[in-house]
Design a protein. Structure first.
Length: 270
DNA sequence: ATGGCCGCCCTAGGCGGA
């Protein structure tokens, strides 16, 4: 059986629901992990998702800001909320679906200054990363557990995950301290960064483009902020470029789009 | 070099985004 998992920072699920429905029709994911739903759980368009074929839902919302949700064609079991966010914002959830433990994360952006002593938002971001690392570090099942971690991790780790490494290296989302913290979290469970298996460096690969550009396609000043990681037990044996992993960049050109494009991974489960 | 654009909120400027 195969399981197609999508991750999308929708930047308001209520506003963007027609686009999510279109994406669901066209890409056909089994599971959709959303970030920045920007609403309370009771405001989530649960009925519309059920009618679109996603009756199984886990919603972790808060008023107006942040918020994550997972909707699924297959039954899911909610797991305890991960305690990665030191402010207890709605930025993390975990479910079990089709025998897989699935984490959906929205890591804090981190503000403007990459300095923990002057910028509490940056400290918050690093604390989140560190807590996630500690949590995975403490586990003893990393060699056999079937874990998928997706979300808006708000870090573009590689030189070719940003439009200009040189101009971005002191900009929050691409600083060495964040890249190191993300790598530590990834290594704590031997996660594989699946996108770069399918589309290796030095090919540029982006999932986010700022709204503050008249035409995002003109100079393509993007960043790869959205990620899908899989544990060792789920690592595919061979990678076919542009097949199983897709960054759906065309969605960025839809009318009134999210600033993030959705990404999908089709997992072939044995 | 700077700021550009969004979406939310006790509807209007402030906050958060990244």
């Amino acid at each position: 059986m195969s399981l197609k998992i999508a991750s999308w920072n929708v930047n308001s699920v209520r506003l963007r629901m027609p686009q999510v429905e279109r994406f669901a029709r066209e890409a056909g994911p089994d599971v959709i992990c959303l970030q920045e739903i920007k609403c309370l759980a009771e405001q989530f368009p649960a009925k519309a998702f059920a009618e679109a074929g996603y009756p199984h839902q886990a919603i972790c919302g808060q008023k107006g800001l942040h918020g994550v949700a997972i909707v699924s064609k297959h039954p899911l079991q909610q797991q305890p909320v991960p305690t990665f966010c030191p402010r207890n914002e709605a930025r993390a959830q975990a479910v079990e679906v089709a025998g897989i433990e699935l984490f959906n994360l929205y890591i804090p952006a981190g503000g403007d200054e990459p300095d923990t002593s002057t910028n509490p938002k940056f400290a918050h971001k690093l604390e989140y990363l560190n807590r996630a690392k500690d949590s995975f570090d403490a586990r003893t099942d990393k060699s056999f557990a079937k874990v998928v971690l997706v979300g808006d991790l708000n870090i573009a780790p590689g030189e070719f995950d940003v439009w200009s490494h040189k101009q971005m290296k002191n900009v929050v989302s691409h600083t060495q301290i964040e890249i190191n913290a993300l790598a530590a979290m990834q290594n704590s469970f031997d996660f594989v960064d699946i996108a770069r298996q399918y589309q290796p460096e030095p090919e540029p690969l982006f999932t986010w483009w700022s709204y503050r550009s008249k035409d995002w396609t003109q100079n393509n000043r993007g960043r790869r902020l959205d990620h899908i990681w899989v544990s060792k037990a789920l690592t595919p044996t061979k990678y076919q470029p542009n097949s199983d992993f897709i960054a759906h960049t065309a969605c960025r050109s839809w009318e009134r789009p999210s600033d993030h494009a959705p990404i999908t991974l089709e997992l072939n489960l044995v």
